[in-house]
Ligand binder design. Structure first.
Ligand SMILES: *[C@@H]1O[C@H](CO)[C@@H](O)[C@H](O)[C@H]1NC(C)=O
Ligand SMILES: *[C@@H]1O[C@H](CO)[C@@H](O)[C@H](O)[C@H]1NC(C)=O
Ligand SMILES: *[C@@H]1O[C@H](CO)[C@@H](O)[C@H](O)[C@H]1NC(C)=O
Length: 243
């Protein structure tokens, strides 16, 4: 139904802006099944994921956070959603591509690095971090404009643990350490995906759902920075994307 209208746009790649964060990166297929909220749905014959992304862009550029396509025969339905709630990764560990704002690539860890999150965090946004683990530990930090730390996630291959905490008004909160397993080693490539949900962060490590961390800073839009530090050698932040 829309295809005649959208076809002219298919050749103008810039329209696939990062306002449709989950549109496929050219040459790659989007992986995983997204669950979202504030979803609008529209059906059209043989709609492609690219068309879904364009419709999403056209109809609700500011709200659009991801699109997906579901087909029954030749009738495909596009979903354009305000935000993500969960990602059902496929079991075969295929690469997962998040289209969004690229905060940083190829930064060594340590030392310390800090990058701005455009517009601050929002419910439904997704953060994807790809890194190589250093010989001791790496910390991923979501920080407010002032000095508060909303969420620090430490992966420590020496102590074989993953710690989560906050630091509000200069005081660290209670540490959370429960994980389903720990078999990560220095030099290994790791992917951490956060979904910013209403009440918590939902964190996947290497496409396995690992833990949640309840919001301690309630006003999540005040969280403006992604920071990294660590100890040891050989650490590398390969990329950080924020939807
Ligand atoms: C949709 O796809 C089916 C199967 O590939 C094809 O037979 C049909 O002609 C297509 N319809 C349109 C409108 O392109
Ligand atoms: C932090 O300090 C501010 C200003 O003094 C205060 O309003 C706020 O309640 C404090 N927050 C916590 C969690 O202690
Ligand atoms: C780590 O453990 C998980 C869960 O048991 C397993 O799926 C994964 O293959 C293991 N990874 C390595 C590198 O051994």
């Amino acid at each position: 139904m829309y295809s005649w209208y959208w076809l002219p746009f298919l050749v103008t790649a810039p329209l696939l802006s990062n306002q449709c964060d989950f549109s496929p990166i050219p040459g790659h297929t989007m992986r995983g099944i997204f669950e979202g909220f504030s979803c609008s749905k529209f059906s059209s014959t043989n709609a492609t994921l690219v068309q879904c992304a364009l419709q999403c862009y056209k109809f609700s550029p500011s709200q659009c956070r991801f699109t997906r396509q579901i087909c029954f025969g030749s009738i495909c339905r596009c979903f354009a959603c305000g935000g993500a709630e969960a990602i059902e990764f496929r079991s075969d560990h295929e690469p997962f591509y998040l289209r969004g704002n690229l905060l940083v690539t190829d930064a060594t860890v340590p030392p310390y690095g800090q990058w701005s999150i455009p517009d601050g965090l929002k419910k439904g946004r997704v953060i994807q971090v790809k890194c190589v683990l250093p010989t001791m530990r790496v910390n991923f930090i979501l920080a407010c404009e002032h000095s508060d730390i909303a969420f620090v996630l430490e992966i420590n291959v020496n102590a074989r643990r993953i710690k989560r905490n906050s630091r509000i008004n200069g005081t660290f909160g209670s540490e959370e350490t429960k994980v389903p397993f720990f078999n990560f080693t220095a030099g290994e490539e790791l992917e951490v995906v956060y979904i910013v949900r209403h009440a918590d962060y939902f964190v996947y490590i290497n496409q396995v759902s690992f833990f949640t961390f309840s919001h301690r800073v309630q006003d999540i839009e005040k969280i403006k920075h992604f920071e990294v530090n660590g100890g040891g050698t050989g650490g590398l932040i390969k990329s950080v994307y924020v939807s």
